[in-house]
Design a protein around this ligand. Structure first.
Ligand code: ZN
Length: 298
């Protein structure tokens, strides 16, 4: 199955539901970063959460979420566009903990004291930013807590990633359900009742559930319309030009010592691990560019 997301809303417009299967993109990004199983589950949940948050945006908007805790994983980053592309990484990809109650211990890896920061580029003058404390450090509840507390939108989020004994990700996906204004207590009650009955999402995904099946289970008692189906995929926004800009920002002295000490300078994108190589001559050209810019400024 290809990865995709669907967006649905109840016929009377009180509840919005998003659901996605993200197995391929989670597998690919985890593979690129060489994550150990616990780190794969944590990154996979954050990436899937990113996809769901991205689908709430208008076109050309972006969202970035950063989970920082006092556990060995240290930091998880996930960024998504409104068009369904997502990228992300964990600070310590080799983190692997003992199973806890038969499950990968994502909360133990992230740690309990910490913050979730959600930044949105809404194409306005100032980026929007909201910060909450980590709630359970299981990722899904933290995102629901953020939406409910910081954005004041009552929400439920479910995320699942299954990592095989050989370390590969065999399924990933999730859902996001929100109450829309004007809220209906009856609809919220019905939806909550369905959510409480929902089997673990990883179990559903392993049985081959599609996003449509997840929405059907959640909205069982309530008529709804599927508004959209869209592909989702891993995509990074890095480029040689952006890396050059980062090198230029180091300044003349730093560039000079780089050129003096190295035959080649290798820069890896922290999001996608893509390698950008700069020869002594390339670095020299950057220094010349920097000096000519300074001349123009003076
Ligand atoms: Zn990249």
């Amino acid at each position: 199955m290809q990865d995709y997301l669907i967006r649905a809303v109840t016929v009377e417009g009180h509840i919005r539901g998003l659901a996605c299967v993200s197995t391929r993109l989670v597998h690919e990004i985890c593979h690129r970063h060489g994550t150990a199983p616990t780190a794969s589950a944590a990154l996979g949940r954050a990436l899937t959460g990113g996809v769901l948050f991205g689908a709430l945006l208008k076109s050309h908007q972006r969202v970035a979420m950063k989970f920082e805790g006092n556990g060995p994983l240290k930091k998880i980053l996930a960024e998504a566009d409104s068009d369904g592309s997502v990228r992300g990484y964990v600070a310590e990809p080799r983190v692997d903990l003992e199973l806890k109650n038969g499950k990968l211990d994502v909360a133990g890896a992230l740690g309990h004291a910490g913050l979730l920061t959600v930044a949105k580029d809404l194409r306005m003058k100032e980026p929007y930013q909201g910060i909450v404390e980590l709630y359970t450090s299981e990722i899904a509840e933290d995102l629901a807590y953020y939406l409910t507390e910081s954005e004041q939108i009552p929400s439920a989020v479910g995320l699942g990633v299954f990592v095989e004994p050989d370390g590969s990700v065999s399924c990933a996906g999730g859902f996001l359900v929100q109450s829309l204004p004007p809220s209906s207590d009856e609809m919220i009650r019905k939806t909550v009742r369905q959510l409480e009955k929902l089997p673990p999402i990883t179990e559903l995904l392993r049985e081959g559930a599609h996003p449509e099946d997840l929405i059907e289970l959640i909205f069982k008692e309530v008529p709804y319309d599927v508004l959209e189906k869209r592909p989702i995929s891993p995509k990074c926004s890095c480029s040689r030009e952006r890396i050059e800009k980062a090198l230029l920002s180091l300044g003349e002295k730093e560039l000079e010592s780089l050129a003096r000490e190295h035959e080649e300078v290798d820069v890896n994108c922290e999001f996608c691990r893509e390698n950008y190589r700069f020869s002594k001559e390339d670095v020299g050209n950057l220094m010349e560019r920097l000096m000519s810019q300074e001349k123009i400024l003076h």
